[in-house]
Design a protein around this ligand. Structure first.
Ligand code: NZQ
Ligand code: ZN
Length: 391
């Protein structure tokens, strides 16, 4: 096992009606003015936003609000939010929504904390952030794991670039999670969310790390739990226990727990998917369902050991003594699983007919460097082959 540091500073409040405690919980953080940030309308329609603002009023917390965050959140909205946060004197950004709203809130936090700089510079790797206004969230979709992660992903709509920034500065102080809130999700978003959760652990599972017994078993347990409950939710979307399992998995899958002691992470598939998101505005989890099996097939041919372990322990493949054959059977079952929950497994099914593969390859390596990947380091020739096979 490799040395590691684990930092999970987010206070999690989990369960039915948790959002009604928002005001009191923020008071405990010593906050008296907040900017509420939300998305395209689901939180208004469901009445959640009204309940949250009532709770802030009751706690005597002044609030301004800004909605309109879209999936693959835009840097222009971040700049608007930062101006408003500064004008209002917000001490914290309260995200009411999913990964897109939380990421936009984190980016507003960065922008408002260093207003002398343009915030895109930190996503474009021109500088590292030095400060971030505190962020808290009321989560409405189990998916990105942004509620406990150190990451935020923003799209520059002028250049079509989608870029992430990782820093402990942005980890939410408070994550309020009521699984009931996710029952109103369209089935496609529930399935895409489950796919993303599965992938945050799968991307950490595939490393060259040595002895990883406990971490591997935590990862395998999480992946099995997510797949099982994704199928339950397909057939019974209002099943509370399945909603709760998946929501908790969302946080644990991306708060670093499932990769502790591994020698880094892979995250090639995320890097490749983010280019699809930036260029074609696809749903992140759905894009991953297309890229991950293609990537797995490619790396299994080079080193089938871990894909075969995944096949046996997560996909219930009985070992045949031929690791590559076992790995391939596991990948085939993974594709069947995605199809069974309504996810695409090719770019065409994702709605991308004639992708410019050269441009995708150029952009991904421009962002990630000439070679990247923790399980098998990949060059432009490799990512090209993977994009081609994902068509
Ligand atoms: O905008 P509204 O109207 O709220 O609709 C949203 C949106 O259309 C809807 N929705 C959310 N909660 C709902 C609901 N509809 C009905 N009922 C509810 N309770 O669902 C749609 C998707 O929301 P979004 O926030 O985009 O989903 P998700 O949480 O999957 O976030 C995706 C974004 O997170 C990034 C992705 O790249 C993508 O931009 N990621 C962020 C990460 C992080 N910060 O750690 C890691 C991930 O790997 C990922 O890259
Ligand atoms: Zn993801």
């Amino acid at each position: 096992m490799f040395d590691f540091e684990y930092f999970a500073p987010t206070r999690v409040i989990f369960g039915r009606s948790a959002e009604e405690r928002t005001g009191a919980l923020l008071r405990e953080l010593g906050v008296s003015r907040v900017l509420i940030h939300y998305g395209g309308g689901s939180a208004v329609k469901s009445g959640l936003l009204g309940r949250v603002t009532a709770s802030l009023d009751e706690a005597g917390i002044a609030h301004a609000s800004l909605g309109g965050v879209v999936p693959n959140p835009r840097v222009s909205k971040v700049r608007e939010g930062a101006r408003l946060a500064l004008q209002f004197g917000a001490e914290l950004i309260l995200a009411v929504g999913g990964g897109s709203v939380i990421d936009s809130s984190k980016a507003i936090g960065y922008a408002a904390a260093e207003p002398e700089h343009d915030v895109w510079e930190i996503y474009d790797r021109k500088r590292a952030p030095k400060a971030c206004l505190p962020v808290a969230c009321v989560l409405t979709i189990a998916a990105a794991g942004s509620e406990m992660s150190n990451s935020s992903v923003i799209t520059n709509e002028e250049t079509g670039e989608k870029r992430g920034c990782r820093s402990n500065l942005c980890r939410p102080r408070l994550a309020i999670m009521n699984p009931e809130l996710t029952a109103s999700l369209p089935p496609y978003q529930t399935a895409a969310g489950c796919t993303d959760i599965l992938m945050h652990t799968l991307e950490r599972y595939f490393t060259q790390g040595g002895n990883m017994e406990l971490t591997d078993q935590i990862a395998e347990g999480l992946m099995r739990t997510v797949m099982k409950n994704a199928l339950i939710l397909r057939d019974d979307p209002s099943n509370y226990d399945a909603r709760a399992e998946v929501m908790w998995a969302s946080s644990l899958s991306h708060n670093d727990l499932t990769g502790l002691g591994a020698d880094g992470m892979d995250f090639v598939s995320h890097g490749m998917e983010h280019e699809l998101g930036g260029m074609f505005d696809v749903t992140h989890g759905a894009g991953l369902a297309v890229i991950v099996p293609a990537w797995l097939e490619y790396v299994a041919a080079k080193n089938p050991a871990k894909p075969a372990q995944f096949a046996e322990r997560v996909m219930d493949v009985t070992p045949t003594g031929d690791p590559l054959a076992d790995a391939r059977e596991g990948i085939s079952r993974l594709r069947e699983f995605f199809t069974s929950i309504g996810m695409p497994v090719t770019m065409r099914q994702l709605g991308i007919d004639n992708p410019d593969i050269d441009l995708l390859v150029h952009k991904v390596h421009e962002n990630k460097g000439a070679t990247f990947g923790g399980y098998i380091p990949l060059t432009a020739a490799d990512t090209r082959a993977i994009y081609l096979s994902a068509r």
